[in-house]
Design a protein around this ligand. Structure first.
Ligand SMILES: [Zn+2]
Ligand SMILES: [Zn+2]
Length: 278
């Protein structure tokens, strides 16, 4: 039985999730979760099918607050968003926000998804990075670093999402010291923000990654620097609410963590609590 019993990264039919908020809450409660945070993709001016439509943002807030009331005293429910770098949403009306980078910006100001179709990303690398995948990775990490330093989110989402297509496209070598140096530079820069680094099992749950984000060398450095971590399922389908949580626990123990942070079971005592992984 997993000790995590929480996720702060949950999508619903308000964005690109397959289950409703009500179904998600019901499943989490049945699993014995102590807390649950909804984090729909914040409104954007493009890719509407993937985010909350700007016209439905208020409806989203109302529905999550309703569920919060419904579960009061049984499971703590929080209203969050996953806000992409290129989202137009104001995160201040939410209990917390996850900062994520899902896109690279083309010179014509259109966007290429890093976790979208592989052939589109390959085309981006060919056209805008002279075929050099490492250059594309550098653009991703620079954008993430600058965004987190400026926005100071509560959680940094899937830090190395840029790996999503790499096993198919082999755009760069993940062992390459030049790659690792750029990752650690970005990680070092976001250290001072006090954000939680997310251990994200969504890719494993959906079958396209063999291990959670981020890679062990990132977690090792974060641990050494005194950073705190939060385990989330990036859930899009209620049945996968706690999928691959055992892998996340194993991974954290293997890099030296004996605890992690989750959304608090008692909002009166604060937003976050630590719990033991042992
Ligand atoms: Zn994301
Ligand atoms: Zn997500």
């Amino acid at each position: 039985m997993s000790k995590i019993l929480s996720s702060a990264h949950v999508h619903t039919t308000f964005c690109d999730g397959r289950s409703t908020a009500e179904e998600m809450a019901h499943t989490a409660y049945e699993l014995g979760f102590v807390s649950l945070g909804f984090s729909s993709h914040a409104p954007q001016t493009f890719d509407f099918e993937y985010c909350i439509h700007p016209s439905r943002e208020e409806e989203y807030k109302t529905e999550i607050r309703r569920i919060q009331q419904e579960y009061a005293g049984r499971m703590a429910v929080y209203l969050g968003i996953e806000r992409d770098l290129y989202s137009c949403a104001d995160p201040s009306g939410y209990d917390y926000f996850i900062a994520s980078v899902h896109y690279l910006k083309r010179p014509d100001c259109s966007y290429c998804s890093v976790d979208g179709p592989a052939e589109k990303l390959q085309k981006y690398v060919n056209e805008y990075c002279g075929g050099d995948g490492l250059k594309m990775a550098q653009q991703y990490y620079s954008a993430l670093r600058d965004y987190v330093v400026e926005a100071k989110p509560h959680i940094i989402g899937h830090f190395d999402l840029v790996r999503y297509n790499n096993s198919r496209l082999h755009l760069y070598d993940e062992e390459d010291p030049a790659y690792r140096a750029m990752v650690l530079d970005a990680l070092q820069a976001v250290r001072g923000t006090d954000a939680l680094l997310e251990v994200n099992t969504g890719g494993v749950a959906r079958g396209y990654m063999s291990d959670p984000y981020p890679a062990p060398f990132i977690l090792k450095a974060w641990k050494e620097w005194g950073g705190e971590v939060i385990i989330c399922s990036d859930c899009h389908y209620a049945k996968l609410m706690d999928a691959a949580y055992d892998k996340a626990e194993e991974l954290l123990l293997s890099v030296g963590y004996d605890h992690a942070v989750r959304l608090s079971r008692d909002p009166e005592k604060g937003m976050w609590e630590t719990f033991s992984l042992r």
